[in-house]
Design a protein around this ligand. Sequence first.
Ligand SMILES: [Ca+2]
Ligand SMILES: [Ca+2]
Length: 262
Amino acid sequence: MFQEQADMTFTRVDTPDGEILISSRAEVLESDSDRATRELMEEGARNRRADPMSLDSDNPMNLDLPEGPQPRVRNRTHEAGTRVMEGDVEVNDTNIHPWFSGWEEYDDDAGRVGVATGDGRAGLWETSDGNIRVGASGRLELFGAEGEDDSGSGAELQGLGLTGDAWFGSEGFNLGGGATALGGATSTGRSDPNSSGDDHIRYGGGAGSGFGIRGHWGDSDEDGAAELGFGFDAGPITLDVTSEDWAGAPGRLWDRATGSEP
Ligand SMILES: [Ca+2]
Ligand SMILES: [Ca+2]
């Protein structure tokens, strides 16, 4: 519904010839939204006068929009919650990210569980941990679950999955791919920001085949001591080992095995 108000003004004018003229003038009172629209159009007109060549069909008003395509707010790896039958291809100025979820429960801290999931990345992107990666990675799976506690101990399970990675990042690199009918891995270790002697091991296997090599040099507990290590997939076997202090690792492993860990 559109409402308009007007002020009417009547003016009497006595001419030198003795005539009396009555003039009337109607002034339409502008609503807030009308004023905003008028100001927008005036700004567009000013900009077009200042730079006539800059007019384009995406921005006919020629307003001062930020440069380039804008990243979408919704980002699957940065948002906790439940998703049922969702999918999209997100594109921003550094990467393309196609994904779909049949059903998925995702939590940045606790982990995720999903049925029918596809997730791809290509370009340059930031992970939910704040690491920067360049390259490509992809994953298609009918069932997948993974979880990890604060210490870095956790478990993962995958059923009917395909993965591929070719990326280099601030926390390591990953090159390889594989197909899994049913596979799982478990991890144990310590991740303590008050200790620069943490170790971590992840190992697993299953019915499947893949080949991959990985390097690790991230600092996930942000204590200034990088967790250096390596990993590989060979056929049905997967293994990753990292340590903040490889020289002291044998002693700590001995302490842990004998139950004398401090
Ligand atoms: Ca540490
Ligand atoms: Ca560290």
